[in-house]
Design a protein around this ligand. Sequence first.
Ligand SMILES: Nc1nc2c(ncn2[C@@H]2O[C@H](COP(=O)(O)OP(=O)(O)O)[C@@H](O)[C@H]2O)c(=O)[nH]1
Ligand SMILES: [Mg+2]
Length: 160
Amino acid sequence: MTKDARKIAIVGSPNVGKSVLFNNLTKRYVTVSNYPGTTVEVARGKIQIGEIECEIIDTPGMYSFSPITEEERVARRILVKENPDLVLHVIDAKNLERMLPLTLQLIEAHLSLILVLNIMDEAKTTGVEIDIKLLEKELGIPVVGTVSTTGKGMDVLQRR
Ligand SMILES: Nc1nc2c(ncn2[C@@H]2O[C@H](COP(=O)(O)OP(=O)(O)O)[C@@H](O)[C@H]2O)c(=O)[nH]1
Ligand SMILES: [Mg+2]
């Protein structure tokens, strides 16, 4: 996240911990408002990364980059129209295979991406083992493991 990111968007399917991650990363200046012309709420906050103050956006849940629901349309519009410098794709590490297709769609859309494997605590207890280095190599993007409810991995994420 240390590259020249001025605008960061957090994306991913519902219930993967996007909002908990957002609240971890941004402690101040949070505003929640309806996305223009919709009833979908979007939270925006500020985050200080090194010298740079960035805007960070908690987008509505999306399963696919081809939108079906109003939430997905808003999430897509944020990615396409607001040109974030960095996108954090948050997934539930327990459901890696089910969630990777969206990662690939985001890569194909030429978005600058970090894959956040969240809920690593439950993944570990259910015996899921993920080779993060191998995944980074296969995908060609940074991959970080986190437990957003405890803050684990936030330091690593902010250094990427
Ligand atoms: N065990 C565990 N639970 C998590 C983690 N991150 C989020 N959660 C829980 O997952 C649920 C959904 O989180 P939320 O941030 O609302 O998901 P969102 O829909 O992606 O914004 C909440 O009950 C969180 O407490 C994590 O790393 N580990
Ligand atoms: Mg949320």
